[in-house]
Design a protein around this ligand. Structure first.
Ligand code: ZN
Ligand code: ZN
Ligand code: ZN
Length: 315
């Protein structure tokens, strides 16, 4: 990914290398009445054009040549990477570390192609059209400086909140930069960043719909009747996350056994509250959050339908 190529840059800045020069030479023949040759006798405007046609590629070429010396070590990207190089190795070692981590599937990446934000295990990067900002995770301080509310996002009908986060490094040579992301991605970013993320006093970060639902789900389950496990039965690890013990059992308590759409589930407790909440949310229509709490979903194991009133905490 990181390959300082001056030629690419020169092309992308609009002056296709000898294009203007070719145009001038072409015009010498095509419009001979304009007396474009020799350039010293050409009209003022054409002389200026000729000058630019020669000067700009020369400047670009010189710049590329300057960057290219010492194996591209003077290229701005190589210089910003060199800040992190160990004394015995060069910027190439840093670049290959970035490349290796970038290929990992667990990196955090977000943003439009013109302002991409990438966080890997060691690096925080922002890639814009003309610049790559790189900071090392271990010496960055992140601060949420601003939040903007937008009523509708283009890809869903839900309101979105955009956060601006300032990434500052404790090393004075590294310039601070801002990254922007949707507040729903904030949780994912926090998981990837090891340093604490500070928050300006006036910024309130809205939780994602999923997180908000899990909170509500947990508080509703708390008021449902508890389920007492028979003493002979041992609680196993949750089969969803394998991190905690199973903590909920589906017992039809919303209506009498033979009434309504809910069915009795005969599975033993197998899921933790969070996984059951995530399962419940995953079966909902993301466009209609108002219907979530009243809906029925099938038990993840036996497919018996249940509602939130039937989710009982295990005691
Ligand atoms: Zn679980
Ligand atoms: Zn079941
Ligand atoms: Zn029910």
């Amino acid at each position: 990914m990181l390959r300082p190529a001056g030629a690419d840059r020169a092309q992308s800045c609009g002056w296709r290398f000898p294009g203007e020069g070719r145009y001038y030479v072409g015009m010498c023949f095509a419009a001979s009445e304009k007396q474009l040759f020799p350039p010293s006798q050409a009209p003022e405007a054409w002389r200026l054009f000729f000058l630019l046609a020669v000067l700009l590629p020369t400047v670009a070429g010189t710049l590329i040549y300057y960057w290219h010396r010492d194996g591209w070590a003077r290229h701005p990207l190589a210089r910003s990477l060199a800040l992190y190089a160990l004394p015995q190795s060069g910027w190439q070692a840093v670049a290959s570390s970035v490349n290796t981590e970038f290929r990992r599937i667990d990196k955090f990446a977000t943003g439009a192609p013109g302002a991409r934000v990438i966080v890997t295990d060691t690096w925080v990067m922002k890639v814009t059209t003309y610049r790559v900002h790189v900071a090392q995770q271990q010496d960055v301080h992140l601060t949420v400086t601003e939040s903007q509310q937008h009523e509708l996002s283009p890809d869903s009908n839900l309101p979105v909140q955009l956060l601006t986060i300032r990434v500052a490094s404790s090393s004075p040579e590294v310039q601070a930069f801002d990254i922007r992301l949707n507040s729903t991605e904030y949780g994912e970013l926090c998981e990837k960043i090891r340093a604490p993320i500070l928050r300006a006093a006036n910024v309130v970060i809205r939780q994602s719909l999923g997180d908000l639902f899990l909170e509500t789900f947990a508080s509703l389950v708390e008021v449902n009747p508890a389920y007492a496990v028979p003493s002979s039965q041992e609680l196993e690890a949750c089969i969803g996350c394998m991190q905690t013990r199973a903590s909920v059992k589906l017992v039809k308590t919303c209506q009498e056994a033979a009434e309504g759409e809910c069915q009795q589930c005969y599975c033993r407790p197998m899921w933790c509250l969070t996984c059951m909440g995530k399962w419940f949310a995953s079966r909902q229509d993301p466009q209609r959050p108002d219907t979530w709490l009243a809906s029925r979903v099938p038990c993840p194991t036996c497919r018996a339908r249940f509602c939130i009133l039937d989710v009982c905490a295990v005691r």
